[in-house]
Write a protein that binds this ligand. Sequence first.
Ligand code: AMP
Length: 608
Amino acid sequence: MERVIGIDLGTTNSCVAIMEGDAPVVISNRGGYKTTPSMVAVTEAGKRLVGHIAKRQAITNSENTVYAAKRLIGRKWSSPQVKNSVMTSSYTIVEGPHGDVRIQLRDKTYSVPEVSSMVLQEMKVIAEDYLGEEVSKAVVTVPAYFNDNQRQATKDAGAIAGLEVIRIINEPTAASLAYGFGKSVDKTVAVYDLGGGTFDVSVLEIGAHGVFKVIATTGDTFLGGEDFDARVIDWLVQGFKDEHDIDLRQDRMALQRLRDAAEKAKCELSQVKSTEINLPFIISTGRNEALHLQRALTREVLEQLTEDLVERTIEICRQALADARLDVDEVEDVVLVGGMTRMPAVHRAVSDYFQREPNKGVHPDEVVALGAAIQGAALVEDRHEMILLDVTPHALGIMTFGSYFEELIPQNTTVPTSRTKIFTTSRDDQTAVKILVMQGESKQADENELLGEFILTGLRRAPKGHVEIEVTFEINTDGIVSVQAKDLDTLQEQSIQVTATSGLTQDELRDMIESAKDYMVERRVDEAFEEAKQEAETLVAEIERLFPQVEKIVATSDFGRDAIDKAKGVLKDTEAASRAKNATELKAQIEVLSRTLRMFKGVVSRTQ
Ligand code: AMP
């Protein structure tokens, strides 16, 4: 049976897992790390870098290094969140052709799903290297709070990476799946997930019979570790300004170094009480003088700088429990997810609020990918003993007269579900009505996300309010929304399946899939070449080491001199193949090199 990988596509880091027998395991990348930075860069030579290597060069190539693309995925150019990222990112974000968002890297612009696909492709390769076979199916997780467009954009990213995303599941649901897997628990659990860019909290009921029911989920897609880092950066920038009257924000390179140092200090302060931030030659003055930044940051100050952020997460927990209609003491366990939950102040605030120590059995960085792998295996093996009952993260409804949002399916309703409501016309002799399908919590329609629209025509002419239209919303298990409108007099009806959009057209998507495939072929060829080159270099070094010895022994015979000349020729040919980057030729040379080395070793051993 085909293996399905589970991918936690994080804002800051990503993680891939798979079921091995009866247990899910996280797969380490080539560097031995279990998580890979969700970073993508293009070098001056046009080479694409993903993960740790992208992160390592971020300081010197900040304009062409993308981080936190997840904050932009599936969003419209006009959204306030995008505006915010445009102002604060070190890379250039531009408007796409469909009101979507594109990222400029060197001389090319990339859609956000394309950038995310590069991270997914990396996770796919990590899994394939480990399994020794191709992988084409994945379960990918998203924050519970993602709307349909963000989910669709994530699916598109998977498609570009050559992965069929067989299910998108919510991160907290995945976490609870990993938490409850293999245990016979019957509990109400809260999952508190504070990652690099997003926060969400979910309340779930885990039944002893493998039922995972989400009761409530809520969050903020713009609250995460980066906001904590930003507070430290502000503090450093302000301090520097007070001392030198220079704004470090004006210098992209300095800003990137500050960002790195701020994150590092924040993480260190989870272990120690005080840390030193040291950035030599951070900027030069107008008089060509180099200035250094050196400051001590204590845990206490960090906690003061970020107190309100922590409090905001607790406020959202309060909201989630209110939505779930539960008192805090009815929550029987708390699962922590996301790197930020290692911060002592976060841990303390969660313990204080829930009046209990959070669960220690799950790893905050790995639990989501593990849950995705569990779900992936369950889907292909058709295992019915595990049932996920998810909820709609946002209310669904339509826009009514006066630009109001009329809700049909409330937030946190278990899916699949369907709801019907009757509306009336708002004008006399109105013969058509436009149905705008929206998602969100605001009473003002334009503050919510437009998912789709259609027109119901052929209405009976009548005074306003006299024509009744029945609108039905349906959401299936995959979260796909369909809407039907029916004129109750003429029984005329219209319906649409709301296909969320990632901002890409089908043609664009096809092109991106093709170029990702080409890239993969190129990459595999490059890797094959690098591997051959390394092997050849080892052989060459060994031959060169033995050369003087062998030359001395065999130089007295013609046959020997001939062998030496041949060996020199082999080394020359190898160098030429290596210079020409010809993997096939290099592999052929490896054969010859091995024979030569055997011969050399034979000569040496016979004379010893
Ligand atoms: P995630 O998205 O779950 O990978 O979380 C990444 C976020 O967790 C980033 O903002 C990191 O800076 C933060 N983080 C990772 N380790 C720690 C730590 N030891 N203490 C505080 N924050 C951390």
